[in-house]
Design a protein around this ligand. Structure first.
Ligand code: ZN
Ligand code: ZN
Length: 203
């Protein structure tokens, strides 16, 4: 599986394009659909899914245009699906945006899988930053959205957050992965499970 990271999204949200053979999945389209389309075309990739680690505006921003251009299906955890259509809860109003979003095509829950080409991503439900926040795991790679960052964790003061839940999600779920598992967060630079276990003072 190839991983392409774009880190210049709204409020510096990271967008990842995962690809294998001729299929691709976008995680959190916070960067312009033009940048994503350019990469897909250059690499002759067909976009199968647009996956949201959670429903905040910086992670869903360009999903509508991208879906229109590619026909890819949107995927979100079932508990964050209602936030997609709620401009207060997804933060759009907070940033003065009028963007409206539809419900996702597919809702998932803990342990469900998202498959493309030879890749099977496993859904890990990690509530705390939002009720339906989720991480995705495949082959030593862990995409953590706004749950776990390099030396930090996601905010829990944004209305639907819960500090105890996020700590529980990280300790009981993410920290059960091997130390050498690479963490691809929703903001900032990559890290590993081992490094965060040792150095992250929030947990
Ligand atoms: Zn974010
Ligand atoms: Zn967020």
């Amino acid at each position: 599986m190839n991983i392409k990271k774009f880190d210049r999204g709204m409020v510096a949200a990271n967008c990842y394009i995962l690809s294998d053979e001729n299929e691709a999945v976008v995680i959190d389209p916070g960067v312009s659909e033009k940048i994503i389309m350019e990469y897909l075309e250059e690499n002759q990739l067909k976009l199968k899914f647009i996956v949201f680690t959670h429903a905040h505006i910086d992670h869903i921003l360009h999903s509508k245009e991208l879906k229109q251009m590619t026909g890819a299906k949107t995927v979100i955890h079932e508990l964050d699906n209602p936030l997609l259509t709620d401009s207060f809860k997804n933060g759009a109003f907070l940033f003065g945006l009028n963007n409206q979003y539809e419900q996702a095509d597919i809702t998932v829950k803990d342990n469900d899988v998202i498959s493309f080409s030879n890749v099977t991503l496993t859904v890990i439900h990690t509530p705390g930053h939002t009720p339906g926040g989720m991480c995705l795991y495949y082959d030593n790679c862990l995409f953590t959205g706004d749950t776990l960052f390099y030396l930090s964790i996601g905010r829990t003061d944004l209305g639907m957050g819960d500090f105890h839940d996020i700590i529980h999600s990280i300790k009981e779920k993410l920290f059960t992965y091997q130390d050498d598992v690479v963490v691809y967060p929703g903001h900032g630079k990559n890290t590993t499970i081992g490094f965060e276990k040792k150095n992250n003072t929030y947990i």
